[in-house]
Write a protein that binds this ligand. Structure first.
Ligand SMILES: Cc1ncc(COP(=O)(O)O)c(C=O)c1O
Length: 424
């Protein structure tokens, strides 16, 4: 069977034009930070396969848990039934989430975790009989590809075909250091209308926007202002959660706490699709009723899939280990050293680093954006050197599984320096 030919003929890949693009690489297996191709190449997964993989590929502890769970209870309807892997996971996640998260709602991925968060916030006001419907979001945000998640994200190339179907959102500017007070004023004016239902944000880092980072102090001020006007604060920690920013959750850098938190990606160590939306007592209180009209009518066939929950429980155990913390610290130390080495390079506009994330924004003569043409040079350059770095336009970022070793990081840094040398 010619697998590549069938793929080319039959499969529609995500975020990929159907013509004019290189064929996808066929991966036969993966171990640790390496992806193994059919023809024997070993490619370093320097972006953790779309930011999900935290403990390395084919981790044997997670694999065993999946195997055991699949033999015992693969799935059961989650309305009217429950099971131990979900209960244990709810406890585990609650024990590490910031704030007073008192209910855990399961879904399928990051987008659905965000949809749930938005629907919870809107229904909170509906159940209370209060006419607050508007949502505030930050320009440049990305929250997923379902309709609600698209609506609160940046409008542009990704969302243009659906624009007329997306609900109205009030945007504030990205709070760069030099415009923080302007953004805070903009935000105050919006929340003072008392029409705002919720404020959604990616805490400290806008991932898809090019790993754009902002200060915890300004986010604290925004949340404080929001809470003062009874606006529900939703932290989208889908990308930042489970150690990515150097703390278990990015919200740990804040003094304020959100009312709702959406997580996914790293939750299962990158093995199974799973989303979680957690909310505080205040949110839950608006739903505590036997009245069907106040019920949260949302659910997915695979809600709280036991195999995904079992994988997540082992991923949690691994994340809590000292060894994992030390690895995260080592990655950050090497990232910072590399940042110092390259930030004055003529082709480097800015280097941003937080925890295990390192982003290098390149000068290109063009605007920084996902569609920036430099992408076409960057991706093949690194792939030819057996390194998977999938840039966001002219932003190269490294976001490795936490098990990566110093020598492997050094190989990636050297390749980046070599690439910088190729630019005019
Ligand atoms: C901050 C954020 N929210 C939500 C999502 C959507 O997650 P998923 O791709 O699992 O639907 C992403 C995906 O990159 C994300 O970065």
């Amino acid at each position: 069977m010619n697998l590549e030919a069938i793929d080319k003929d039959l499969i529609w890949h995500p975020f990929t034009p159907l013509t004019g693009y290189p064929e996808p690489l066929l991966i036969e297996s993966a171990k640790g930070v390496y992806l193994h191709t059919k023809d024997g190449r070993k490619i370093i997964d320097a972006i953790s396969s779309w930011w999900v993989n935290i403990h390395g590929h084919s981790n044997e502890f997670i694999a065993n848990a999946i195997h055991e769970q699949a033999k015992k209870l693969e799935h059961v309807i989650f309305a009217g039934f429950t099971h131990e892997p979900a209960i244990r996971l709810a406890k585990n996640v609650q024990s590490i989430l910031p704030g007073d998260m008192s209910k855990i709602f399961f879904s399928d991925d990051g987008s659905t975790a965000v949809e749930v968060a938005l629907k919870m916030a809107l229904q909170f006001w509906y159940n209370r009989g209060v006419n607050k419907k508007k949502i505030i979001a930050i320009r440049g945000g990305y929250h997923g590809d379902t309709f609600g998640a698209m609506a609160v994200g940046e409008r542009g190339m990704f969302t243009d075909p659906f624009r007329s179907h997306l609900f109205d959102v009030a945007y504030i500017d990205f709070p760069l250091a030099d415009i923080e007070s302007k953004v805070l004023k903009e935000f105050k004016d919006l929340v003072e209308t008392e029409e705002i239902a919720a404020f959604i944000f990616e805490p400290l880092v806008q991932g898809a926007a090019g790993m754009r980072m902002y200060s915890p102090l300004i986010l604290d001020s925004l949340i404080k202002e929001a809470k003062h006007h009874n606006v529900i604060c939703i932290a989208d920690e889908v990308f930042t959660g489970f150690g990515r920013t150097g703390r278990t959750f990015a919200c740990e850098y804040l003094s304020e706490t959100p009312d709702i938190i959406a997580v996914s990606k790293g939750i299962t160590g990158g093995t199974m699709a799973l989303g979680v939306t957690a909310c505080s007592k205040k949110i839950v209180a608006a739903f505590e009723s036997a009245d069907l009209t106040k019920t949260f009518f949302h659910g997915h066939s695979y809600t709280a899939n036991p195999i995904a929950c079992a994988a997540a429980n082992v991923s949690y155990d691994l994340l809590m280990k000292e060894e994992c913390r030390l690895q995260m610290t080592m990655i950050n130390r090497l990232h910072e050293t590399f940042r110092t080495r390259i930030q004055a390079h003529a082709n480097v506009k800015e280097v941003r680093c937080l925890g295990t994330i390192l982003a290098i924004e390149l000068r290109s003569g063009d605007e920084t954006s996902y569609a920036n043409d430099l992408r076409k040079k960057i991706y093949p350059f690194f792939l030819e050197r057996d390194i998977l770095l999938r840039p966001l336009g002219n932003v190269i970022y490294i976001l490795p599984p936490y098990v990566i070793q110093e020598a492997e990081l050094n190989r990636i840094y050297s390749a980046i320096e070599e690439f910088l040398g190729t630019l005019k």
